[in-house]
Design a protein around this ligand. Structure first.
Ligand SMILES: Nc1ncnc2c1ncn2[C@@H]1O[C@H](COP(=O)(O)OP(=O)(O)O)[C@@H](O)[C@H]1O
Ligand SMILES: [Mg+2]
Length: 266
């Protein structure tokens, strides 16, 4: 099957010296959900920023490797160019206009797309996936719950009719019940529109339950990859990522144990 997104041997450096990604390779096949898992500081957000051209804004650069979207080399292209081509990044912290209404946020997303969707359009598709956003269409975004704001962030992506959506920790700061609801909708969007997805998560449990394939990132390199169901059943993954009640957050003791065990590095 063709890959919608392909990252090959990517190196990323901040401030000219601080290397954060080292030879990272991953692929997102057409129509699939791929999870990129890893603890805080592993380089997950950096990977997404490298793919969507955001690194220059942070004094970061791709110092090696390449990114290909839809079969074409897109390494280093500007964010707006990539968005218009159909690569949409739902960023960490959601990046919404908190003093505008829900619907105004969706209109702004249309406008940002420029020529491709310049005419005003309805948001029936967004509201079909997120009925709660329809109820809150005229409410100020800043007053929405965290879960509703995440829904709106995903809704903005839908407006762009993307071919690939990148999610940066959609579960962050949300109660487990809301996380389950968000992931169920993410899956539903994938299945009914066929959009491919790369989901970055610290919450390995929920990500593995919903993805087709997964990669585990440690200190800027992929340590392990495989079918999501297989990884969820892998003893080392269970011990390290799925052990605690927190589902993904690790304690220092786990780290020590992991370093001693080192089994799943092979
Ligand atoms: N703009 C930046 N400048 C310098 N270092 C950064 C910058 N952004 C992230 N880093 C560093 O890169 C590493 C990976 O960060 P990040 O990609 O945000 O990890 P994750 O999303 O997995 O938590 C961390 O050590 C972080 O401190
Ligand atoms: Mg991050």
């Amino acid at each position: 099957m063709a890959n919608a997104l392909e990252v090959t041997a990517l190196d990323v450096v901040y401030q000219g010296t601080l290397q954060v990604l080292r030879g990272l390779s991953l692929a997102v096949p057409e129509g699939k959900i791929v999870a990129l898992l890893g603890s805080n500081g592993a380089g997950k957000t950096t990977t997404l920023k490298a793919i969507t051209g955001l690194l220059p804004l942070e004094n970061g650069e791709i110092s090696g490797g390449r990114v290909a979207f839809d079969g074409a080399d897109t390494t280093g292209l500007a964010p707006h160019t990539l968005t218009r081509r159909g690569l949409f990044h739902v960023r960490e912290g959601r990046q919404l206009f908190t003093d505008m209404t829900v619907e105004e946020n969706l209109v702004a997303a249309c406008n940002a797309l420029g020529g491709r969707h310049a005419a005003p359009r309805d948001f029936d598709e967004v509201y079909a996936f997120f009925p709660r956003l329809k109820e809150r269409a005229r409410q100020i975004c800043g007053y929405l719950s965290g879960g509703e704001q995440q829904m709106l962030a995903i809704g903005r992506a839908l407006v762009a009719r993307p071919r690939v959506i990148l999610f940066d920790e959609p579960s962050l700061g949300l109660a487990p019940k809301i996380v389950a609801e968000i992931f169920a909708i993410i899956r539903q969007i994938n299945q009914s529109t066929g959009v491919a997805m790369l989901v970055v998560e610290q919450n390995a449990r929920v990500a593995l339950a919903n993805a087709d394939y997964a990669y585990i990132l440690e200190s800027g390199s992929i340590m392990l990859e495989g079918n999501a169901a297989e990884l969820a059943g892998n003893q080392d993954v269970k011990n390290f990522y799925l052990g605690g009640a927190e589902g993904g957050r690790k304690s220092f003791r786990d780290v020590k144990h992991y370093r001693q065990a080192k089994r799943w590095l092979n």
